[in-house]
Write a protein that binds this ligand. Structure first.
Ligand SMILES: Cc1ncc(COP(=O)(O)O)c(C=O)c1O
Length: 382
């Protein structure tokens, strides 16, 4: 009976490889990291390079930041900076707070971040967005809060190098092992810089020829800093949350990063939809940015090269702006299907729409989406 079932599914290319799940993991903390490395077939075919993505949204708290959270807490434990019942304080745009809140629950600490954080038992204080140089910047709030409260620790994700050490010890070796050392470039957007710095430090030690590339959105200084050493912001602002920077964090300091790429928000958003409709992944804006950068990088790599990046988090949380764009896009399509006129940047025959969203103009190729959704259906109909 069993072998008949296996033969049935094998014939339909639906066999399941269970070799990766060979042991029982001990609790939340043991599930952080060791994420699958996935080849994106459509983009790999289009670019002539292997575009590989680490599925970081599969971490137990839902994002790449579980890794930083684990190492920030583990480092504090190793240095005896916290004892049972301590309160962990962090200034965060979201994902680090979620990772910390999960770990605090699992390890018996308390944690201070909005909706999902409160569900996880964290206490959240929201503060206005101001630059790091302003004493009211969220990082300084977090530091002061921890200083004022007994048995509290500010994990300081931006400047605590335990963050990048975690990626040096874990994410870098995972990429090296999963590719059998056959990796030619790694490209990543940065917030704290911990991910790219740690991975680059490890991979460069293994093979100095691996290209390490920082992908930067509008409004950040890092693109220019890596190109020319000048801390000059690029124009505009970005819909990506927690990505881009106005300074060089300690996690980014002296990291072996070779070059930088500037990625427009429109390319980021288009890639979020392409990943959804052509590759089947619903991921957040920073993942769109990362893969758009991998595609851009492939233009200057020999054919057959392997480029690694990350799908940092799931599209279902942390990206209200992209979700808003997506719902407007669906609304536009529904209107068109019902023959209701929507504002169009060009004649209706080429299906190009321009929508005004949060003062930014995004162009979407509706035809691409419709065609690709059909393609996905075909893919599933074996
Ligand atoms: C979804 C997401 N992707 C990427 C990053 C950047 O990672 P890192 O802080 O290691 O540079 C962040 C940082 O907050 C993030 O939330």
């Amino acid at each position: 009976m069993l072998s008949k079932t296996i033969r049935y599914y094998n014939k339909r290319s639906l066999s399941v490889d269970v070799s990766a799940y060979t042991r029982v993991l001990e609790g939340f903390r043991a599930c952080v990291g060791n994420t699958p490395l996935i080849r994106l077939p459509t983009l790999s075919k289009e670019t002539g390079c292997n575009i590989l993505v680490k599925a970081e949204y599969l971490n137990p708290g839902g994002s790449i930041k579980d890794r930083a959270a684990l190492f920030l807490i583990q480092d504090a434990l190793d240095k005896n900076l916290i004892k049972n019942g301590a309160t962990i304080v962090e200034g965060t745009a979201g994902n680090t707070g979620i990772g910390l809140a999960h770990l605090c629950n699992a390890l018996g600490f308390k944690c201070e971040k909005i909706d999902i954080l409160r569900v996880l038992g964290a206490q959240v204080t929201t503060v206005p967005v101001v630059p790091f140089t302003d004493p009211n910047n969220y990082n300084h709030h977090a530091r002061r809060y921890a200083e004022k409260h007994e048995n509290s620790l500010w994990t300081n994700q931006f400047d605590n190098q335990a963050n990048r050490n975690g990626h040096y010890l874990m994410t870098g070796p995972e990429i090296w092992t999963q590719t059998n050392g056959k990796v030619n470039a790694v490209v990543m957007s940065t917030g704290t810089g911990g991910t790219l710095a740690g991975i680059s430090m490890y991979l460069k030690e293994k093979n100095n020829k691996i290209r390490t590339v920082l992908a930067d959105p509008p409004g950040s200084v890092l693109y220019n800093y890596i190109k020319s050493g000048k801390l000059e912001r690029t124009d505009g602002s970005s819909i990506t949350e927690g990505i881009g920077q106005g300074r060089i964090t300690d996690n980014l300091k002296d990291a072996p990063i070779d070059e930088s790429l500037f990625i427009k928000d429109q390319d980021t958003v288009n890639m979020v939809f392409k990943l959804l409709c052509e590759e089947g992944f619903f991921v957040g804006a920073s993942s769109g940015l990362n893969v758009a950068a991998a595609v851009e990088l492939s233009k200057s790599m020999p054919k057959g090269s392997t480029i690694v990046t990350c799908l940092c988090d799931n599209g279902q949380f942390g990206m209200p702006k992209v979700n808003k764009i997506k719902s407007q896009l669906h609304a536009a399509r529904a209107c068109r299907e019902s023959n209701i006129k929507v504002s169009s940047s060009s004649d209706s025959s080429n299906d190009e729409y321009t929508m005004d969203i949060d003062d930014n103009e995004f162009n979407f190729n509706e035809k691409l989406l419709l065609t690709d959704i059909r393609k996905v259906k075909n893919m599933l109909a074996y």
